[in-house]
Design a protein around this ligand. Structure first.
Ligand SMILES: [Zn+2]
Length: 367
């Protein structure tokens, strides 16, 4: 019954905080390597470079290729040889690659998310994909970023789809953490969860429920309001700590299953996770009112609620079987549910959630 809570050492969030990255990074090393793709480099590359060089660091850029794969990590790690500080700037896949590189070289590490779409900036793990783009494994590094630096002006200017995706991931955090904690399951660190993690997971949900719609409206106009700041914190800090120190359950396992099917590859992490959340609620036999509440919230926030919305119009039996079997692999967090879960049960919960969500959406449509 050992309780374990772990987190990044520092979290700094606000408009234009990137300009002071050197000061916030607090490193006494001399060489920084910045891992980013060319598009991200065009947006924040100059600010990161001048912010680091202002404190006496030399900087080099490493181009990142798109997906977090073994070969991508090897290549970036080679170029980062001898660095004292690794900075990852971009989306989840870039940050996951940068974390893996920093862990391999045992250097200080800063994540600079440019979109609010996943928990990657704060976590100590990387989601590694195969060259074909399928989920391969969660790789645990045993260390967290020393600093998570979130520039909300950059986040608000990014495509709104990513912001929505982060909100969906934040909704899942609460349901998965609560389930894992109630089942007495181990968290990502192999310990029991803390009361702190439970409170964070709940606050994460409460924040996106209360402020998500207003924040999305602001981001639609590239505006950074107080609600945008709150929702960015929920989607990044609270969701990241909530899932790692709280625990995962069915929703992310269903997500992993969905990535095995080619037609879902254009859907974002959060879009697939939201289908996972709805599936988890059905799997757990939750009251229909609670299910409808989450569908309604999803519809208010324009999150995906049906399989068709993530590319699976009329899925075949074989596709459903592939998803369900992948979601039930022995290492999957679906086994944190407080009952035995079989592929049949997952398949049936998946199609039932899809049907229930479709029916609910129809009752809400005008006329
Ligand atoms: Zn996630």
């Amino acid at each position: 019954m050992t309780r374990i809570f772990r987190s990044p050492s520092a979290y700094v969030q606000g408009r234009h905080v990137i300009d002071n990255i050197g000061e916030h990074a607090q490193t006494d090393g001399s060489r920084a390597v910045i891992i980013a793709d060319p598009a991200v480099r065009g947006i924040v590359g100059d600010s990161i470079r001048s912010g680091l060089e202002a404190t006496g660091l030399t900087t080099d850029f490493v181009d990142f290729g798109g997906t977090c794969t073994d070969s991508g990590i090897d290549r970036a790690a080679e170029e980062a040889e001898g660095a004292d500080l690794v900075v990852g700037a971009g989306g989840g896949r870039t940050l996951d690659t940068a974390k893996a590189v920093a862990a391999r070289h045992d250097t200080r590490m800063v994540t600079v998310p440019t979109i609010a779409s996943t928990d990657a900036p704060t976590s100590s793990l990387s989601v590694v994909y195969t060259e074909e783009g399928e989920f391969e494994e969660l790789r645990f590094h045993g260390v967290h970023p020393d600093l998570v630096l979130v520039d909300t002006a950059v986040i608000a200017a990014a495509p709104i789809r990513f912001f929505r995706s982060g909100i969906a991931d934040a909704i899942a955090t609460r349901f998965e953490a609560e389930t894992a904690i109630e089942a007495g399951a181990e968290n990502v660190f192999g310990g029991q969860s803390t009361r702190a993690a439970r409170a964070i997971a709940r606050e994460c949900f409460r924040t996106v429920e209360a402020h998500g719609e207003s924040a999305l409206a602001a981001v639609e106009r590239d505006a950074v309001t107080k609600n945008v700041e709150s929702v960015v914190e929920a989607a990044t800090l609270l969701s990241g700590i909530g899932f790692e120190s709280g625990g995962l359950a069915a929703a992310h396992a269903v997500h992993d299953g969905l990535t095995r099917i080619e037609p879902t590859h254009d859907a974002t992490h959060g879009e697939k996770v939201n289908i996972g959340t709805l599936t988890q609620l059905v799997l757990e036999g939750r009251d229909i009112e609670e299910f409808h509440d989450i569908v309604d919230l999803s519809l208010d926030l324009n999150l995906s609620v049906t399989l068709a919305q993530i590319g699976l119009t009329d899925p075949s039996d074989e596709q459903l079987r592939t998803i369900a079997e992948a979601a039930c692999q022995p290492q999957e967090t679906i086994h944190n549910e407080p009952f035995d879960v079989s592929p049949e049960a997952v398949r049936e919960a998946l199609v039932t959630a899809d049907e229930l969500a479709r029916q609910r959406r129809n009752t809400r449509e005008p006329g």
